[in-house]
Design a protein around this ligand. Structure first.
Ligand code: SF4
Length: 699
């Protein structure tokens, strides 16, 4: 980590980690980033968390890919068996011409629906746009997806269904105008740390913070109410709260009449969910549920924030439907300090979704099945035809590899060999592919299975825009060149498209952005030049000088009749529940220091020094029952497999649970997770698996 006086230039860009989208100044000397400071971006106002401040040095790590690689003919069988420091037995170095030719030939030979693509939420908007266009144009179908499927797909499904738009209705910074806020299924102090600073300030000004989470968390210290409900019981708890609002007539009749539909059905449905009936299911006493209902409904302005704890369930869409209904019945949308805000995970998961990296939507969430939509795209793309059939999602694509329907994949910046549920199933699928092209900055677990590896660029090495959880489109600028022969991702995708026979002529991301503005109304009034000058513009922007709308839907919703909809939600049990063989509940998530599958943060000196080894958290009483102490190794076993992992004591975890972070390949949490999916968002149930726990020894 650099000496803070020792740099000779600085470059303004955006943090590469979470969806908060903090703006940074990268201090550079001798083509090395020496240190990072927060600058005055709209989301962070100079603040950074430990990842943004100290997690940048992965870009200079010795394991960076610097040359294209091609699998050797005599390589060992494909598996998770490549040492990143000693890959020569598996791959040989190649020129770009050779590698692009090999990558394209393998994909072309398979062709059509035999090929699928996973793009990346860590790439720029322009790169995501190009990636989905390559799959759609190059192979004639919509089998293209990305990690939104694993995080907020169910939230987006519920928002699209009931509000008509998948993005937040208000920025998280709007909490400064709220007097009540709910944070449910999110742990912002660890996962959205700079957003959490705004939440804490809100409570210091007297705002009432209602935290709802089966796992305790540090934000509890700032909360007026902490509801540590039973895992998977979200719908029963939320319906009980709404029941009280109906029963005590605390709803906003005027708002409901003016802006919503299906209220009578929702009201009738909620009659069954009295707090007295639900307390036994959700584990929260009826009087607390009633108090929370009165507190939320009594607010002048209230916001609801949610995270993966809501979305990563087979009833994730129903969870979000409840949160939307709660905001609608109390009229808490479309005003200062009011709104719905799913906290987005990756730095550009919002932007990658907006850019069409989704199998059922073209850019701007335009349905692939709509004839008018397709013909508009065909005009701009000068294309014969976009396929009208919805494509397959992440988990469906890997299932199709197992059945032999998909034999080739192009994967950019994603790591399904770590991130997918029941990860052995995902790894087996990757090994089974006839041709796998992986584009990344490290030889990731997924790259272990590749036939061709294309060395890409880290965020501090590229030009392009990203969109954060607040709908703020921000400009990223290169501070240092990519190492060796590594290239920016947009360049690689364009060159691959040319090899596939597409007549693409993009010479700079600004040209891609210009094309995006032709097909994406969300980018109206936002230009590359504006972003160069202003660094960030929030969409929608109403004029060429409007910095963008922090709050949307003041006058109705982008649905056919202009009204938002109530969709009643039923209680659905988790896909598997604890039993004699697997008596406990396992849940997964991130830690403050480690980012997703760890490919970046585990190669960052400071972050890896703070959290160097795989660990899981259990309540001290659970550890005692196991006869184990903190630091002991334990074995976690589910119906999918087993991992051995170091145990930590944590009173925030309830006695029937274990929390396992998913960043550690040596004890991959997703070996254990349940691939059952939500029927609407098709998101896997990462947050609930029945597990057996045994002590296996001391460290
Ligand atoms: Fe980066 Fe998120 Fe931390 Fe901001 S809060 S510095 S965007 S990881």
């Amino acid at each position: 980590i650099g000496d803070t006086a020792d740099y000779d230039r600085e470059v303004k860009s955006v943090c590469p980690f979470c969806g908060v989208g903090c703006q940074v100044s990268l201090k550079v000397k001798d083509n090395k980033v020496k240190f990072v400071e927060g600058i005055n971006g709209p989301a962070n106002e100079g603040r950074l968390c430990v990842k943004g401040r100290f997690g940048f040095d992965y870009i200079h790590h010795e394991h960076r890919l610097t040359k294209p690689l091609i699998r050797r003919k005599d390589a060992p069988a494909k598996g998770l068996n490549v040492d990143p420091g000693n890959w020569q037995a598996h791959f040989r170095e190649a020129t770009w011409d050779e590698a692009l030719d090999a990558a394209a030939k393998g994909l072309k030979d398979i062709g059509g629906t035999g090929v699928a693509g996973f793009g990346s939420a860590k790439c720029t908007n322009e790169e995501a746009y190009l990636f989905q266009k390559l799959i759609r144009q190059g192979f004639g179908h919509n089998n293209v997806d990305h990690c939104t499927r694993l995080c907020h797909a169910s939230s987006v499904a519920a928002l699209m269904e009931n509000v008509g738009s998948g993005a937040v209705t208000a920025t998280f910074n709007e909490i400064e105008n709220a007097d009540v806020a709910i944070v449910i299924g999110a742990n912002p102090i660890e996962n959205h740390p700079v957003a959490a600073t705004y939440f804490k300030q809100f409570t210091k000004r007297g705002g009432k913070l209602i935290v709802m989470d089966p796992r305790g968390q540090a934000l509890k210290r700032f909360a007026s109410h902490m509801l540590q409900f039973r895992p998977g019981a979200d719908v029963s708890m939320l319906n009980a709260i709404m029941h009280v609002i109906v029963e005590e007539r605390l709803y906003d009749q005027q708002y409901i009449e003016a802006y919503t539909e299906n209220w009578e059905a929702e009201k009738a449905h909620l009659a069954e969910f009295s707090p007295e009936k639900m307390e036994g299911i959700c584990g929260i006493p009826a009087d607390v549920l009633r108090d929370v209902a009165r507190t939320f409904a009594g607010a002048q302005s209230a916001m609801i924030f949610w995270g993966m704890g809501v979305s990563q369930h087979i009833h994730g869409t129903d969870n979000s439907r409840c949160l939307i209904s709660l905001a609608l019945m109390t009229g808490q949308v479309g005003r200062p300090g009011a709104g719905l805000h799913p906290l987005r995970g990756q730095n550009n998961v919002q932007g990658a979704s907006d850019a069409g990296l989704i199998p059922m939507f073209l850019p701007d969430y335009k349905p692939v099945g709509d004839d008018g939509v397709r013909s508009a795209f065909q005009q701009v793309w000068k294309d014969e035809g976009v396929n009208p059939e919805k494509g397959l999602t992440v988990t469906e694509i890997l299932d199709a590899v197992h059945t032999g329907d998909i034999r080739g994949m192009y994967i950019s910046g994603e790591n399904p060999a770590m991130s997918d549920p029941d990860v052995d199933h995902a790894r087996d699928a990757l090994a089974k592919l006839d041709h796998l092209v992986v584009q990344d900055i490290f030889l990731t677990e997924t790259a272990n299975f590749a036939d061709v590896i294309l060395p890409a660029s880290a965020f501090a090495e590229k030009t392009g825009t990203v969109t954060n959880t607040n709908r703020q489109v921000q400009m990223g600028r290169p501070a240092v060149p990519p190492p060796g022969d590594a290239r920016e991702d947009w360049w690689i995708t364009v060159e691959l498209a040319k090899q596939l026979g597409l007549a693409w002529e993009y010479a700079h991301p600004r040209e891609v952005f210009a094309e995006m503005t032709m097909v994406m109304e969300s980018f109206d009034n936002i230009t590359w030049d504006r972003l160069e000058t202003e660094n960030a513009v929030t969409y929608p922007s109403l004029s060429p000088t409007d910095p963008g709308q922090a709050i949307v839907f003041a006058d109705g919703f982008p649905r056919e009749n202009g009204r938002a909809k109530f969709t009643p939600a039923n209680v659905i049990a988790p896909d598997e529940t604890p039993d004699a063989e697997y008596p406990m509940i396992m849940t997964t998530g991130r830690q403050l220091e480690h980012w997703h599958t760890g490919s970046m943060t585990r190669r960052s000196k400071v972050l890896d020094a703070v959290e160097p080894e795989a660990n899981c958290s259990l309540h001290p009483s659970t550890l005692r029952q196991l006869g184990a102490a903190p630091g002991d190794m334990i074995r976690l076993t589910t119906r999918r497999g087993s991992i051995d992992i170091m145990a930590r004591a944590d009173r925030a975890v309830s006695p029937d649970m274990v929390f396992v972070p998913f960043a550690y390949v040596e004890a991959a949490a997703n070996t254990l997770t349940n691939p059952a999916i939500d029927p609407y968002g098709k998101i896997p149930e990462f947050k609930f698996a029945a597990v057996r726990i045994e002590k296996i020894g001391s460290e």
